[in-house]
Design a protein around this ligand. Structure first.
Ligand SMILES: NC(=O)c1ccc[n+]([C@@H]2O[C@H](COP(=O)([O-])OP(=O)(O)OC[C@H]3O[C@@H](n4cnc5c(N)ncnc54)[C@H](OP(=O)(O)O)[C@@H]3O)[C@@H](O)[C@H]2O)c1
Length: 322
């Protein structure tokens, strides 16, 4: 089968399309014939070696396709089921082995593209807005990189929970996208000071929560946007990792809470995974939450997909058609 393999950490060029043996499912595993793979920023961190991943590996952490074989002891899915998953490495490939307990059977009306566009970023937006800091009506929140994959979904979910949303993005087109998705205010943070915007947005009192996936470039100033006892939710590092800080800083900035969550801990049990995935898939099927597939490239063009994502040239979801 064809698979995009990484033998050394480095730039997009280290990803190579190779022929590798098709695997056989072991106990508790299902073999999927993938139709679509989702591209996510975590794929870039893994390729760069920022998130240590044993070499060599097949890139990609999200896919949708058909179950073509199962190992012993599998009860969650059957051969022929249409399924999707997130957070298991190896999805830039024609076939993937996935623990059956991590698969979600797709409801009628959800095609593979929509599923692969929704699973990882949708469940992330869901846990951030519903579990890490469960937004309440009237809360004021900041969503950075609001026109991105997670960002677009997070803006919409925050609005559904009744929060007021201040959004940031890197171009005027992206700012317009964030507004169209329901953000109460959106600014271009490469031109405007987002701390000032946050103060204005909250009548000087500060925000209840900042959802920051940009990391190094925004972290310090994001802390300055918060109200006393506000929540700093650092969930990514698109601009680079945040250097260590002293806990005393959280005291000085107003008894702040800081968390650095990751999806795996919010879909740890099968029950939580199925609840989050089915909720999000229902919303995207009904249109309550809109998914914007900003780019779709063939598997062989995985390096180009990474180049565009890393260069801030994408909006919404990036997919690889297999
Ligand atoms: N912790 C978790 O569970 C979890 C799960 C999923 C994703 N994430 C994180 O969420 C973030 C978004 O992921 P995504 O896959 O949806 O990507 P994305 O938001 O579609 O793309 C990243 C965006 O970050 C912004 N950005 C700002 N500075 C950047 C820089 N120096 N280099 C590159 N991008 C920069 C860009 O938007 P602008 O041009 O508008 O600034 C860019 O489009 C990532 O940090 C990812 O690691 C975390």
């Amino acid at each position: 089968m064809r698979a995009v393999r990484v033998h050394d950490y480095g730039g997009p060029e280290v990803m190579r399309l190779e022929d590798v043996p098709r695997p056989e499912p072991g106990e508790g595993q299902a073999l999927l014939r993938l139709a679509v793979s989702g591209v996510n920023f975590i794929d870039i961190y893994q390729r760069l070696g920022q998130y240590k991943t044993p070499l060599p590996f097949t890139a990609g952490n999200e896919g949708a396709g058909e179950v073509v074989a199962i190992g012993s002891g599998v009860s969650e899915v059957r051969v022929g089921d249409r399924v999707a998953y997130a957070n298991i490495i190896g999805s830039y490939a024609e076939y993937a082995l996935v623990p059956a307990s991590r698969l979600v059977v797709l409801p009628e009306g959800v095609d593979y593209r929509l599923a692969a566009a929704t699973m990882l970023q949708g469940m992330t937006a869901h846990y951030l807005s519903h579990s890490t800091y469960p937004l309440k009506p009237g809360d004021a929140c900041l969503v950075h990189a609001a026109a991105g994959g997670v960002g677009q979904l997070l803006v919409q979910m925050a609005k559904h929970r009744g929060a007021r949303v201040l959004a940031t993005a890197g171009t005027e087109e992206k700012v317009a996208l964030a507004r169209a998705l329901g953000a109460d205010e959106a600014i271009n943070y490469t031109k405007q000071d987002f701390v000032e915007a946050a103060k204005r947005f909250s009548d000087g009192t500060g925000l209840q929560v900042v959802y920051d996936s940009v990391g190094r470039d925004t972290f310090d100033r994001s802390l300055d946007c918060l109200a006393a006892r506000g929540y700093m939710v650092l969930f990514g590092q698109a601009s680079g990792p945040v250097p260590p800080i002293s806990p005393q800083l959280l005291n000085a900035k107003g008894s702040l809470f800081l968390t650095r969550p990751t999806l795996g801990n919010y879909v740890a049990s099968r029950q939580e995974l199925v609840w989050r995935a089915s909720t999000v898939l229902e919303w995207v099927t009904s249109g309550a939450v809109k998914v914007d597939i900003g780019a779709e490239l063939p598997l062989a063009e995985a390096p180009e997909a990474h180049r565009r994502l890393a260069a801030r040239q994408t909006t919404g979801k990036v997919l690889l058609a297999i």
